[in-house]
Design a protein around this ligand. Structure first.
Ligand code: SF4
Length: 358
């Protein structure tokens, strides 16, 4: 911070505490010691070769997992690219570091491959908040609507859908369906749904779900932080509440936010998404200062503090143990997988057509 910025902060003790707190935890670390990490890394690389495996990691995982995925020929990306990469890669085993729906998606798309995860406990509040029985009943009440679900759902919910989308493609898919005259039933994230509705004007009926990480970002804190960094661009993931997206210079998926950090002229970025993204964002925009957006609890009271508790369950140690033992394999009932594949494949085909048109 410049001296003027520091003075402004110093004059406001609460703001001072908040900023210091954020600067102290710019990047989530796992609690594995460096010497242990070096041992795990070496062993994992050996196991990847032995098992003909590749690591597919999400931007929100710990930085050492993202680094290892890159070093070993795997991928670090958002859930759409993770799905595409795993589908197209020649490896017979996919090690998916992320949350369970990502492993399930990989298995649905590539049923012949072995899909392992560091832990099967890593889930997602959106997935938990959309149980298939209730969701199916909701769909049955609205048979005239095209069912579009976010990727952050169980295989069973996907199997009930007409389309699956990720945040990077949701606006384009709904816009396309709207142009064909479809009315949409959207699940599970109400904030992403209302953002998509705002962008497309589509007729959308929403399921009432939310992400516990993104709904913690608060406008008051964001405005305070913007006073400290008046030249900063505000980058917001669309799983955040509307009052927060309204303050954004750019609203987008994880990949779109990284691209914005790289290309915007601003030297500072206030970022409202899981701070695991700073690993890749820092790589792609090394000359920018990245500042995590404020969450509900300035102290220790927030539920997530911009760190997904489930993404944080992926560690080098449990990744290594899963590769060693073959434990934590993702299984999807073949019939369920066949039905879930249809809306997923629609999304991938849509994406391929978009890429071919560029
Ligand atoms: S950050 Fe939110 S949407 Fe992503 S996995 Fe965690 S709880 Fe789910």
């Amino acid at each position: 911070m410049s001296s003027i910025e520091r003075r402004k902060v110093a004059n406001n003790p609460q703001l001072h505490e908040m900023v210091e707190n954020y600067l102290d935890r710019m990047q989530p670390e796992s609690d594995e010691a460096p010497s242990e990490q070096a041992r795990y890394r070496a062993r994992i690389k050996q196991l990847l070769v032995e098992r003909d495996a590749v690591i597919v990691a999400h931007y929100y995982t710990h930085r050492e997992i993202q680094a290892l995925a890159e070093e070993s020929g795997g991928l670090v990306s958002d859930s759409l690219e993770m799905a595409r990469f795993g589908h197209q890669h020649r490896a017979s085993t996919l090690m998916v570091a992320g949350v369970k729906f990502m492993g399930e998606t990989a298995k649905i798309l590539t049923p012949d491959k072995t899909v392992l995860m560091p832990t099967l406990e890593a889930t997602c509040s959106l997935d938990i908040g959309c149980p298939v029985e209730e969701f199916s009943a909701f769909c049955d009440q609205h048979p005239d609507r095209t069912v579009v679900v976010y990727a952050n759902t169980s295989a069973a919910v996907k199997a009930r859908a007409d389309w699956v989308v990720t945040s990077s493609i949701a606006v384009d898919v709904v816009d396309y369906l709207d142009s064909l005259g479809h009315k949409i039933l959207w699940a599970p994230d109400k904030y992403l749904g209302s953002y998509v509705q705002q962008k497309t004007g589509a007729d959308m009926l929403m399921w009432d779900g939310s992400c516990i990480v993104h709904e913690e970002f608060k406008t008051r804190g964001l405005l305070d932080l913007k006073q400290v960094y008046p030249e900063a661009a505000i980058l917001v993931h669309p799983e955040s509440p509307e009052a927060v997206t309204e303050l954004a210079d750019v609203v987008g998926s994880t990949s779109q936010l990284i691209e914005a950090a790289r290309t915007l002229p601003n030297k500072q970025m206030i970022v409202a998404t899981d701070e695991g993204i700073f690993y890749k964002m820092g790589q792609m925009a090394p000359d920018k200062q990245l500042i995590i957006a404020p969450t509900a609890g300035v102290g220790a009271t927030c539920r997530s503090c911009a760190n997904c508790p489930w993404m944080g369950m992926n560690h080098l140690k449990n990744l290594m143990e899963s590769l060693e033992s073959g434990r934590n394999e993702i299984e999807v009932d073949p019939e369920l997988g066949r039905r879930a594949m249809i809306p997923l494949q629609r999304m991938l085909n849509f994406r391929e057509e978009q890429l071919a048109a560029v």
